[in-house]
Design a protein around this ligand. Structure first.
Ligand SMILES: [Zn+2]
Length: 718
């Protein structure tokens, strides 16, 4: 699918089990109120599937629960480590899998709220707890007697009568410990702990500064004429955004997290487009308290030092060693191989845009803030397709129920029932119970779709509760996005990119909800980063599937189906602007690699100069096409867990386009095909080698050809 690649997905970033998290680092100090049995996290929630009791949870509950959770887990771990019985799968690995119940319960809800519905209190707690949590994980992974037991089980794994998944789990644990520094000598462990402490603190600082910078960067417009080109609904939303900031009578264009801002596609006033673009690209570079550049420089150095300590030349080598790609070279090769075709295509697209400017006697040279506006004009001229023509046909509720849910029903037999009796953390949030084809209840799914100033940018999926056999838990999963909230009384009409985002994040949710895995460490989306985007991007394909599109794309007022001609236009226009989309993505992914292949050395003196040099070195320095994220607001890589991992979207895209090709070869969207995909991919979590899992499904290794075709880059490929 020719997607605008990166949606922000935290599925892996935070780890389903705290032990599984690879951002390990000294014991907690108590600063919070005492923990009591009246704390809502004190016992498993009595609600369906242990759904968080949001009606009883207050900001003051998190810190005592998280701190008590860490204390209890350390006690549990100490018990496992000091066991005098011979180390076994059950008394060591399974015991670790069962540890930390209170911490996991509280932390998963806490971290979800810091991302989706934060406030000053939560941000303060996060700032205090992040280094303590890093220290907590270090206290487990760097516990010598515990590691000796894990190692003993690992070394005898072939003789313990374990099945293949249990063997894989043992290997996974051993690897987690080694990667967290378990084999280091004591002085090096102390250094590692200090590095992890500082890194976790800086990553939180980065997140807090970026949130403030993005909010402060919103463009305020005092004259409605300057918004010429925006739809009435967008203007109403801008007025509402202004009211919420106590700027009544003005209009506010809040910043989205990417470099390019959606409003630039419609704003006729070039000066306003330029203001918006500059506000976006310099949001975190203003030399004020929200400037992130000092943090970024230090983080890059800390990570290089961590990698060196663990025996790797750079952070990327450390990260990739545990991914499907295996080496930075493999990831860089996939990206670099696309650069000539992508940039050549982008330059051709730029020429068309310039021709459009000239034709309209614009009298200026195409700049990055003009791209989306003129791309929209060219799209209208060449494909007669206008985004505003689409909007009435993509109303959020219809897309959800008749599109996203419908596709899941056709493929996997799932049905959905809204649950208004379960408490939510914000009035915009909705909850659905998910049922299997035979009527069995499977999971709970929450959605929180509208942009708020206290929500991080982008879109993501994660869970409040993971589904596991061992703990007898069912998945409680959520999707968060940042769609423009309609003014009161207006329907939520989406952009087509938003529709794809809904299918994308729901693809992650399916991966989490359809899991049939015994062990927490391996369940659902606990897979390598470069595999985790495979089910999500795969699910995007169904947004344009004829039967699905016909089912959801109906006029929000008349219920009339989207005219066939318009459908055809959408399909024809699929590869439109892919030179731009591929280039801005590949530029950001290579920028990530540039920062994370840095060896230990002096700190980079200048973030912007380093960025410019890196783009030049990889030949992705197209002036009109800046990277999708610049260094200073690249949340994926500084606090999102996607460091040395932004390439993963493209890596996964090779898989998802290739898997979709399998569907096309085998009769398309059928229950039988869906059942096979569910059985062989979605239900398996991270229970084996991902390459082998994929080969079993596909019958061969993944092929890049379907991706090139989907992106319309094939003809350019040598
Ligand atoms: Zn994703």
């Amino acid at each position: 699918m020719p997607m605008r690649p990166p949606k922000r997905c935290l599925a892996l970033a935070l780890g389903a089990t705290l032990l599984g998290c690879n951002r390990a680092s000294a014991p907690a100090s108590a600063g919070a109120a005492p923990f009591s049995s009246s704390n809502p996290f004190a016992s498993a929630s009595p609600l369906l599937y242990q759904a968080p009791p949001f009606d009883r949870i207050h900001d003051a509950d998190y810190q005592p629960a998280v701190e008590e959770g860490m204390r209890r887990q350390l006690t549990e771990v100490e018990g496992i480590a000091s066991d005098t019985a011979t180390p076994s799968f059950d008394n060591t690995i399974v015991a670790l899998e069962r540890s930390g119940a209170l911490l996991t319960r509280a932390f998963k809800v806490f971290i979800a709220m810091t991302q989706a519905n934060t406030d000053d209190t939560l941000q303060r707690i996060q700032t205090e707890e992040a280094p303590r949590l890093a220290a907590h994980l270090d206290a487990i992974h760097l516990n010598d007697s515990l590691f000796r037991r894990v190692r003993s089980v690992y070394e005898r794994r072939a003789d313990l009568g374990l099945d293949s998944v249990q063997t894989f789990l043992v290997e996974r644990y051993y690897r987690d410990f080694v990667r967290a520094g378990a084999l280091l000598a004591e002085p090096d462990k102390a250094r590692l702990r200090a590095l992890n402490q500082e890194e976790s603190k800086l990553a939180t600082d980065f997140q807090n500064r970026l949130l403030a910078a993005t909010k402060a960067g919103a463009v305020v417009v005092g004259d409605k004429n300057e918004l010429d080109g925006l739809s009435d609904a967008d203007i109403a939303a801008a007025a509402e955004a202004a009211r919420q900031r106590k700027l009544d009578g003005k209009w506010v264009l809040p910043l989205q997290n990417t470099t390019q801002q959606p409003a630039q596609a419609s704003l006729k006033n070039r000066a306003v487009r330029q203001r918006l673009f500059i506000a976006s690209t310099t949001r975190a570079e203003r030399g004020d308290s929200n400037d992130t550049r000092q943090i970024v420089k230090r983080l890059a150095q800390l990570r290089a030092q961590r990698a060196q300590l663990l025996g790797y030349p750079a952070l990327a080598a450390y990260v990739l060693d545990d991914q499907m790609a295996k080496t930075p070279d493999a990831a860089i090769k996939l990206l670099s191989d696309l650069v000539p075709a992508a940039t050549a295509q982008a330059r051709r697209e730029a020429e068309k845009l310039q021709a459009m400017i000239n034709k309209q006697r614009g009298g200026f040279k195409l700049a990055p803030w003009d791209w989306q506006y003129y791309a929209e004009q060219v799209r209208k001229a060449e494909y007669a397709l206008d985004e505003t023509q689409l909007e009435p046909y993509v109303e959020l509720d219809r897309v959800l129920k008749d599109g996203v849910f419908f596709a899941a029903n056709r493929l996997y037999g799932l049905t959905f029932k809204q649950r208004t009796d379960l408490p939510v953390y914000h009035p915009d949030v909705r909850v659905f119970e998910v049922f299997d084809a035979d009527g069995t209840s499977l999971a709970l799914w929450y959605c929180d779709y509208f942009k708020r100033d206290n929500k991080s940018g982008g879109a993501w999926e994660d869970s409040f509760v993971d589904g596991t056999g061992l703990l007898e838990t069912r998945p409680v999963v959520f999707n968060v996005a940042n769609f423009t909230k309609p003014a009161p009384g207006h329907p939520a009409l989406l952009r087509f990119d938003d529709v794809k985002t809904m299918f994308h994040e729901f693809g992650h949710a399916l991966h989490a909800m359809l899991t049939r895995v015994e062990y927490p460490r391996l369940t659902g989306t606990n897979v390598p980063t470069d595999f985790v985007e495979f089910p999500s991007q795969f699910n995007e394909h169904w947004a344009l599937e004829s039967t699905v599109l016909a089912h959801y794309a109906k006029h929000y007022q008349t219920g009339q189906p989207m005219p066939r001609a318009l459908v055809e236009k959408i399909k024809r226009a699929r590869t439109f602007d892919q030179g731009f989309a591929t280039t801005e993505y590949v530029a950001a992914a290579l920028l990530d690699m540039a920062w994370h292949t840095l060896p230990v050395g002096p700190q980079q003196p200048d973030v912007d100069a380093f960025e410019a040099q890196a783009l030049k070195r990889f030949a992705v320095d197209v002036p009109e096409v800046p990277p999708r994220y610049r260094t200073s607001y690249f949340a994926h890589i500084w606090n999102g867990g996607y460091y040395a991992g932004y390439y993963a979207y493209l890596w996964s895209e090779v898989l998802d386009d290739d898997a979709y090709a399998w569907f096309k070869e085998h009769g398309g969207m059928t229950r039988a095909n869906g059942g096979r995909f569910r059985d062989m991919i979605l239900s398996r979590g991270g229970t084996g080698d991902m390459g082998a899992l994929y080969r079993a499904f596909r019958g061969r290794d993944p092929d890049v050809a379907p991706l090139l075709e989907e992106r319309g880059l094939q003809a350019d490929q040598k």
